[in-house]
Ligand binder design. Sequence first.
Ligand SMILES: Nc1ncnc2c1ncn2[C@@H]1O[C@H](COP(=O)(O)OP(=O)(O)OP(=O)(O)O)[C@@H](O)[C@H]1O
Length: 291
Amino acid sequence: MTTVVLQAEGLQKSFGRQPVLRGLDWQLRQGQVVGLLGRNGAGKSTLLECLLGLRETDGGSATLFGEPVTALSEDARARIGYVPQKAELFEWLTPVQMLDYFRALYPRWNDALVHGLLTRWGFQGEARIKPIGRLSGGERQRLSIIRALAHEPELLVLDEPVASLDPVGRRDFLRELIGTVIEHDTTVVFSTHILSDLERVALDVAFLHDGRIGLQAGLDELLESARRVTGTAAAVDALRLQGEIRREHHADGTVSVLARVSDGEAAALDAAPALRADALSLEDLFVEVTK
Ligand SMILES: Nc1ncnc2c1ncn2[C@@H]1O[C@H](COP(=O)(O)OP(=O)(O)OP(=O)(O)O)[C@@H](O)[C@H]1O
C-alpha cells in the first residue's frame, strides 16, 4: 500500500457569495502524477492554494504528509515544490542570486541540477545577470520551475506551469518532469489547459467541476473505456451501464450517456445496433465532464 501524500476532506471555499469548492474530497498517493483539469474559473488555483495551506478554507480539512496544511512543519514544507500560476520572484535579484537565497533555506539542494537547468534553459548568458524584473514571462516561468525542482521535492504542485512557455520550452520542461518523476518517485499534481501535454505526462486525470473532483481516473484506461452512448432511453437503460458519468436528454427523445464501459458492456454495445457508441478524445471528455 503506497503512502497517502495528500488528503482533502469536505473542502469548502467561497469568495463572497460565490462558492468555489463545495465539499471537495481528494487523495493523492506517493508517485501519482495527476493532471488537474477544469474550465476557466473552476477553482483549480484556489484548490491548489488551499491544499498547500496558502489560502484559508471555510470548512473541511486537508493534510500533506499526514500534517494539517494549516500547521505544516518546516520539514514538510521542504518536501514540497510549488510553481504558482503567477510566480512572485524577487524582482531586483538576478536568477543566480535568487536561487542562492533559496538554497540557504532548504536542507537539500541539487546544485548540479540547478546548474544544468540554468545552462539548458537559456540562463547562461545575459539572462543570468539580469534582474528578474526584466526577464520575459517565459524566462520567469522557467526560473520558477527551476526553483521548485532544485530541492528535489517529494510533492510537486504546478499551476499551469507551461502557460508562458514556447513549444521548445514546454518540451524541455516535460522531459525534465518525466525524468524527475521516474528517478525520484515524485508525486505530481499539475493543472494545465494544454491537453496534449497532459497526454504526454499525466498518468491520471482529475476533473474539477462544480466545486468537486467530478471524475478521476487513469488516463489510458479512461480513454480506452469512455464512450458516448446514444439511443432511446429504454435501449440505453437496458444495458445497465455501471460507469455512467453524465446523461443528456435530446429534443428528439433520445438520450446520450457518457460512461466508462467494461469489456463486457462494450461487447453488449456492439450487439445493440439501435445504439450508437462513440469513443471520446481527452478534449471530448473535458467538454462533456465539465458541462
Ligand atoms: N481573491 C479572490 N477574490 C474573489 N474571487 C476570487 C479570488 N480568487 C479567485 N476568485 C474567483 O474564484 C473562481 C476560481 O478561480 P481560480 O483562479 O481558482 O480558477 P481556475 O480554475 O484556476 O481558473 P483558470 O483556469 O482561469 O486559471 C473564479 O471565479 C475567480 O474569479
